[in-house]
Design a binder for this molecule. Structure first.
Ligand SMILES: C[S@@+](CC[C@H](N)C(=O)[O-])C[C@H]1O[C@@H](n2cnc3c(N)ncnc32)[C@H](O)[C@@H]1O
Ligand code: SF4
Length: 405
């Protein structure tokens, strides 16, 4: 970074600005899953039929580009290193719409030539022709939401797809030329046994993904599962499951580089790594969040959440849902909250580079975490121990700003 980019304020001192990514949110799904608290809205509540025609495609893409245009003064000239088209269900949008969007993005921000461009796709909304179209539009990584291959589980999870569509989606990705694809799985599902969880992972491995995200099902407030909880495996069973899945994946040559993320060499998700390493990101789309660093510190901002309101206001001041400038303590905590999710942690130097703060402000919790065996000794690198990874919530809580502890 040239010296002209050296920025500082009385509170923060930055030697370089963090790498910049772009997140694009697509807020519609065919149907709302009972466990999901993402900003996703059912196109046809109560039906499982694909409803592509009903997405206000052209209008939404124009709104996204107006939104991006309005954000530009916050990031003038900074290169964008990755794009993540997430949802919701982005694969409800046609390849032509995605092409128009990505062309519009490229016309507005400098996208690095090797940028990772991921699109989230749901089985039941895709086939290889559609994947080919996304590829031609500039998408070079797919993330497919499988959740499980078990027909009964898929039904309990309210998914619009069955086992066959899950298998077909992964095969279609490969046929369309995507060797860099991720599969999302969940475990700890209603009444799931260890053997069933292992069967899901083995089926996923047979599809030869470059990356697997394996999430423990959580009951999120404001979801149907929270209001009417299904019977889930108990904590001990979950712990056994988690360990067995980790062993299965490691034996298959995957490296667990984050709590839920496993990858082959060179296939870590660069976009998500940028979040965990406290990089910057623009967020466009209904309810999308952004984090931007400048001389004054970190700014967090988010867009209005309701798709209808977003369509009407994107790119205008009314399209902004809120802006927040976290103080030093919050910035330090947010850095640790993200960085400690990584198996390898991060160098201490990254703390000062990304937060603009001196690592000495962390001395007390660092010492406590080490004394409790949750963090590796030697504070030139912040790396959780195996115990720290197992009790990540306790480890992270040590870094909470004082009054909140
Ligand atoms: C942003 S969601 C959307 C992906 C895509 N729409 C789909 O459902 O196939 C990304 C992933 O988060 C995971 N997820 C969503 N809700 C979850 C929950 N309550 N507990 C654990 N994982 C969850 C699922 O694996 C999902 O594929
Ligand atoms: S399809 Fe994905 S984003 Fe949509 S409701 Fe289900 S889990 Fe949430």
């Amino acid at each position: 970074m040239p010296a002209s980019h050296e920025v500082s304020s009385t509170m923060f001192h930055f030697t370089a600005l963090p790498p910049l990514s772009l997140y694009v949110h697509f807020p519609w799904c065919v149907r709302k899953c009972p466990y999901c608290d993402f900003n996703s809205h059912a196109l046809r509540p109560g039906t499982g039929q694909a409803a592509r025609g009903e997405v206000p495609e052209a209008q939404y893409i124009e709104a996204l580009l107006a939104d991006l245009e309005a954000d530009l003064p916050r990031v003038w000239g900074r290169p964008v290193r990755s794009i993540f088209l997430g949802g919701g269900t982005p694969s409800l949008f046609s390849p032509e719409a995605i092409e128009h969007l990505l062309a519009g993005v490229r016309a507005r921000v400098p996208l690095v030539p090797e940028a990772e461009v991921t699109l989230e796709a749901n089985p039941g909304t895709v086939e290889s022709e559609r994947f080919r179209g996304y590829r031609a539009a500039g998408v070079n990584r797919l993330s497919i939401g499988i959740q499980s291959f078990d027909p009964e589980q898929l039904q309990k999870l309210g998914r619009i797809h069955g086992r066959d569509e899950a298998l077909t989606a992964a095969q279609a990705a490969r046929t369309a030329g995507f060797d860099n694809f991720n599969l999302d799985l969940m475990f700890g599902l209603p009444q799931q046994t260890l053997d069933e969880a292992l069967a899901d992972v083995r089926t996923a491995l047979a599809l030869q993904p470059a990356h697997l995200s394996v999430y423990q099902l959580t009951l999120e407030p404001n979801t149907l599962f929270h209001a009417q909880p299904p019977e889930l495996p108990d904590d001990d069973a979950i712990a056994v499951m988690q360990e067995a899945l980790q062993t299965e994946l490691t034996d298959a040559g995957f490296v667990q580089y984050e709590v839920s993320a496993y990858a082959h060499a060179g296939r870590r998700c660069r976009h998500n790594l940028n979040y965990w390493q406290f990089g910057d990101y623009l967020g466009i789309g209904a309810g999308a969040h952004a984090k931007i660093t400048d001389a004054e510190g970190v700014t967090r901002l988010w867009k209005v959440k309701q798709p209808r309101a977003y369509l009407e206001t994107a790119g205008t001041p009314a399209g902004l849902g809120g802006v927040q400038r976290p103080g030093r303590d919050d910035v330090a905590f947010e850095f640790m909250l993200n960085a400690l999710r990584l198996t390898e942690g991060v160098p201490a130097l990254l703390f000062s580079e990304r937060t603009g703060l001196d690592p000495s402000c962390m001395q007390k919790p660092l010492t406590q975490a080490t004394a409790r065996g949750l963090l590796d000794p030697g504070h030139e690198h912040f790396r959780p121990t195996p115990l720290g990874r197992r009790f990540l919530n306790e480890l992270v809580a040590l870094f909470l700003p004082e009054p909140a502890r």
